[in-house]
Write a protein that binds this ligand. Structure first.
Ligand code: ZN
Length: 157
């Protein structure tokens, strides 16, 4: 009865641990044109997000720094990878879809155009079983919205 689902769970865990230990795009962007700080006081996760936009407004580069649990770090790492090249509205739509994934474990109504990106974020879907960790997973996305809005501060409330 186990098999596939256990294997998937192990694979997801491996992705989270890998990105948690060796986060991608973990640096300051000196030429950032939008930044925001995110704070999840429930867990102590803090991130600072840097974006550099292309002339058409698309996210040319995303990077972050900070300190947090493996889930918040892995989520920020994966986010910086999947939002690269996205227009702001695409990035926001992806964030909304990811929040549904994190809270419910699925996103049945997600835009098919986001399927590839959602698949990359699926390893984090398991957090829906641990409500206190959902904010760890969504912190980076709240912070992304704050950076795009120019509000500079985000709290994972
Ligand atoms: Zn956390």
């Amino acid at each position: 009865m186990s098999g596939l689902f256990d294997d998937l769970r192990d694979l997801y865990q491996e992705v989270i641990l890998d990105h948690g230990r060796r986060p991608r795009n973990f640096r300051r962007l000196d030429d950032a044109d939008a930044t925001a700080r995110g704070d999840n006081p429930m867990c102590g996760d803090r991130i600072e997000l840097f974006l550099r936009r292309a002339p058409d407004g698309a996210i040319a580069e995303a990077a972050f720094q900070g300190r947090g649990c493996a889930i918040s770090t892995a989520s920020a790492s994966l986010m910086t990878e999947v939002v690269k090249g996205k227009a702001p509205e695409q990035a926001r739509a992806l964030g909304a879809a990811f929040r549904e994934l994190a809270m419910t474990g699925a996103c049945p109504d997600c835009d098919a155009a986001l399927a590839d990106e959602m698949e990359r974020l699926t390893p984090l879907s398991g957090v829906h079983e641990f409500p206190s960790r959902v904010k760890c997973a969504t912190l980076a996305w709240h912070t992304l919205n704050a950076a795009l809005d120019g509000t500079k501060e985000a709290s994972s409330e």
